[in-house]
Ligand binder design. Sequence first.
Ligand code: XLS
Ligand code: NI
Ligand code: NI
Length: 437
Amino acid sequence: MKEYFKGIPEVKYEGKDSINPFAFKFYDAKRVIDGKSMEEHLKFAMSWWHTMTATGTDPFGAGTIDRNYGQTESMEIARAKVDAAFELMKKLGIKYFCFHDVDIVPEGKDLKETKENLSVIVDYIEEKMKGTDIKLLWGTANCFSSPRYMHGAGTSCNADSFSYAASQIKNAIDATIQLGGSGYVFWGGREGYETLLNTDMGFELDNMARLMKMAVKYARKKGFNGDFYIEPKPKEPTKHQYDFDAATVIGFLRKYDLMDDFKLNIEANHATLAGHTFPHELAVARINGVFGSVDANQGDSLLGWDTDQFPTDVKDATLSMLEIIKAGGFINGGLNFDAKVRRPSFTFEDIVYGYISGMDTFALGLIKAYEVIEDGRIDEFIEKRYASYESGIGKRILNDEVTLEELEAYTLENKERPMESGRQEYLETILNQILYK
Ligand code: XLS
Ligand code: NI
Ligand code: NI
């Protein structure tokens, strides 16, 4: 079998003092933390699009990265990509992957040909998975790149585009089921609008929900019992994306009665584009019972777009892992690196460095999150902060036992209790103490 990532050994854990560039400094897959190994906690996944397919193009320039894997014919390239992907996952010890239909196969001249291409490559991937412990985390359909989706897919004004998207989704669901995937993602790349001058927003959202309901009905009929996910993003490519943030998506799911089948796939860089933090979006999903999966990456505070960099911010990873742990960890979901190397980082080694840095960052985040939990001072502070609800009037409020009139009477009769400090600065020193010890 041809080797693509030449000269790159299997990446192993060597500890924090190692200077071997092809070793993990913090990710020790089998190390057990709170009854689960690190690999079970983190469920790292490889994104096919950024890792196997993206060439480094940007709006100002051509690709810098060769993703043809020594082949010239498109189906041969697709096959070689599968070989290279499995080699990379094995070398990195990554057990999951995620894909869009068009990442794994070339689009044919029509739907029929694309469907045939898909079936050939999905069979090949299935074959390749045998004898490995590599699994599909989730599949999805790219209903945003083709010109036919210029007005949207599920939200298009053109019923034939809606129908084409539905067909693509059907085939991507079939592929997901065939490969044993535990999730199916909707990311609404063109589901939004530029101007209300040409848009009936209510009509478009009703149609989006129709498409999702059809997808659920079809997949459940075919025996899929994994999760559907919506991946919120506020903008890019459209100005107003309908799935703006976690809270907006939850409102949509409730309105259209989709809460039983859908969870959220929270992406770090999308959170920051929405003016939130990644932990905030995770917390919104958690408290509404729809935390599902994660697209890990990071943006750049000076650039206003989805730069999809490999995550390197340990503090952010720690606070995010705290939320994920509180949400009960990953069940059907996992931690997909929706991240790509920078345009000048065009070699195969760079991809490996990208994954090593992302995996080590989240391994450290996991370790530090448990240290924060074990330390207990932050959780204890939060708990105590609400102590006025443990007895007296506070308890009666929590028990829904009082009315506005009763609260007025209580307030007239009683002296207000003194304020207590929020202690943010003190809590920040605790976090730093744990992060840098
Ligand atoms: C784009 C999204 C996309 C989804 C899958 O910004 O992150 O990559 O994860 O369609
Ligand atoms: Ni994503
Ligand atoms: Ni993204």
